[in-house]
Design a protein around this ligand. Structure first.
Ligand SMILES: CC(C)(COP(=O)(O)OP(=O)(O)OC[C@H]1O[C@@H](n2cnc3c(N)ncnc32)[C@H](O)[C@@H]1OP(=O)(O)O)[C@@H](O)C(=O)NCCC(=O)NCCS
Length: 156
């Protein structure tokens, strides 16, 4: 990745600010925005820094597909790019880092509950939708479940 951007692994603390700004605007900043998967063994957070600031994030963890079928599923959560940096390919870079982490740890496929407004982003990155639109309980926003096999993601 070219300057001034650095792709890095982040701690849970380091993803909090952007989770607030992009995914949970209006939520008290003292409240930690945790995914139920953040503390699972193998869970990891990746992001892009510009200078000291974290400007893109995504989190990945092993988690069976909700249908219960298959082996080696990982779940992507909390993808966000600061609006000042949208459209520069940073979300795709973070998605790639999450896929690489899953692959290196035995992952075969990924799933996510995607906001309807972000479905095009996932499709551009080779994900497919799976099922019907639903309203997410946390955000009350319409979502679609999406999936992606890891074997055909370019991991270099
Ligand atoms: C969705 C999001 C992560 C995309 O990040 P990004 O860095 O802007 O995306 P990229 O620049 O890597 O885009 C890759 C491709 O997807 C397309 N794309 C990006 N966001 C899109 C969207 N919301 N709808 C349709 N297409 C989109 C881009 O145009 C680009 O296409 P191209 O390859 O033809 O140029 C970011 O806009 C964001 O944080 N949105 C708000 C929070 C959110 O919805 N997060 C996802 C929760 S499920």
């Amino acid at each position: 990745m070219s300057d001034p951007y650095d792709l890095v692994e982040l701690s849970l603390d380091e993803v909090q600010a952007l989770r607030h700004v992009v995914l949970r605007p209006g939520l008290d900043e003292q409240i930690v925005v945790e995914s139920c998967n953040d503390h699972l063994e193998g869970a990891a957070h990746f992001g892009v820094r510009e200078g000291g600031a974290v400007i893109a994030i995504g989190s990945i963890s092993p988690d069976p597909h909700p249908s219960g079928g298959g082996f080696g599923w990982w779940r992507l959560r909390m993808m966000a790019v600061h609006p000042d940096f949208a459209g520069k390919g940073l979300g795709s870079v973070v998605l790639g880092a999450c896929a690489r982490h899953a692959a290196e740890n035995g992952g075969v496929a990924m799933w996510a509950n995607a906001r309807m407004t972000a479905v095009g982003f996932y499709m551009r990155n080779g994900w497919m939708f799976d099922g019907e639109e639903f309203v997410d309980a946390d955000t009350q926003l319409p979502h679609l479940r999406m999936t992606r096999m890891i074997g055909n993601v370019k991991l270099t």
